[in-house]
Design a protein around this ligand. Structure first.
Ligand code: FMN
Length: 330
């Protein structure tokens, strides 16, 4: 029987399937259910600093409207909200760790540089096995330059790495001009893993009711190409681990991600759509592929991938697409 265990961020996982950060990873009961069905680890729903700021502002507004003049309390409120959100997250980590023996990765998304490492430290103290920094920021101001955005990211990573001892991964979007170089820089400053890619929230307009609406939230089964390409291209060019995220809806796609070089595969939309029992189907499907190809473990899958795709660069680059389109003229 093929062995599915893998190492990601220096941690042992019983298989490569991790539930990615989302609403499903914010309740201990649901997380434990997914672990029962075979998930090897979870990335908790991100703690967003902006949510804390928003909550603070809402409270502030209510108190001002009520003409509450307890200024001392107002001063203290921001700190209290942050404490309570982080306490809740710490309790979630403890509840999972109490009942399950799998790595728990906490995720944060902050606004101010100082908060990144303050949240990181608190979550490390709560028992998180690793941290995923969700570098989700839409560069909406047209006077901000790419170089400055990257400098900001490097600063955040360096400061977090200085403050915590647990492994740190970075979750990025596919919207960089020079993804390879960006990942190489992250690798050089010591990140333990890169998650490729985050899926941005898509806006839409409800023209019937004149309001901004949410676009499609979930990925589809054909949305895995970017992640597959960049894992294949970068696998042998960086030393940090790579985790696939985006469009993994079947065991075939999960197996392809590992073949391309992924150390772990994060799944979200497929679980929303099919329920936690689907985790078992994904894992048994990957196992079947490994057995069919006589691959005994994940290292052998990676080795097989290298042999199958001897020059990763060429296979995942443009030349292949020109060939493809050349054959589809009708
Ligand atoms: C409802 C929902 C909530 C999400 N929340 C987060 C989040 O808090 N933090 C984060 O890093 N990614 C979040 N994501 C992105 C997912 O972790 C994942 O990267 C993305 O959905 C692509 O994977 P998929 O194709 O398997 O869905 C969320 C995705 C969904 C669908």
């Amino acid at each position: 029987m093929s062995e599915l265990k893998t190492k990601y961020l220096g941690l042992n996982f019983k298989n490569p399937l991790i539930i990615g950060s989302c609403g499903l990873t914010s309740s201990a009961d649901y997380i434990l259910k997914m672990i029962d069905f075979g998930a090897a680890g979870v990335v908790l729903k991100s703690v967003f600093e902006e949510e804390i700021i928003f909550e603070h502002e809402k409270n502030l507004k209510e108190r001002i409207e009520k003409q509450d003049s307890n200024l001392e309390f107002l001063d203290y409120l921001d700190y209290q909200i942050k404490e309570s959100v982080l306490k809740k997250q710490s309790q979630l980590i403890k509840d999972i760790k109490k009942d399950a023996d799998v790595p728990v990765i906490a995720s944060i998304n902050c606004y101010s540089v100082g908060e990144w490492f303050s949240y990181a430290k608190l979550l490390e103290d709560a028992g998180a096995d690793a941290l995923e920094l969700n570098l989700y920021r839409i560069p909406s101001k047209i006077n901000i330059q790419a170089e400055d955005i990257l400098k900001g990211y490097y600063e955040i990573i360096k400061r977090v790495k200085e403050h915590v001892a647990i492994p740190v991964s970075i979750k990025i979007s596919p919207y960089f001009t020079d993804i390879g170089n960006v990942v190489a820089q992250f690798d050089m400053i010591g990140v333990n893993g890169i998650v490729m890619f985050n899926r941005y929230y898509n806006p839409d307009i409800d023209i019937e009711n004149n309001r901004i609406a949410s676009g499609p939230v979930y990925s589809g089964p054909n949305d895995y190409g970017d992640s597959l390409r960049w894992i294949g291209l970068l696998k042998d060019q960086v030393t940090c681990d790579l985790s696939a995220s985006g469009g993994v809806h079947s065991a075939d796609t999960m197996f392809k991600m590992i073949l391309a070089g992924a150390n772990s595969v994060q799944v979200v939309s497929a679980i929303y759509k099919n329920g936690p029992g689907y985790i078992r189907d994904l894992l048994s499907g990957v196992q079947k592929w490994m057995e069919k190809k006589d691959l005994k473990n994940i290292d052998e899958v990676h080795k097989y991938g290298r042999e199958l795709l001897p020059n990763h660069g060429e296979v995942f680059e443009r030349a292949q697409f020109m060939k493809y389109f050349g054959q589809h003229e009708q």
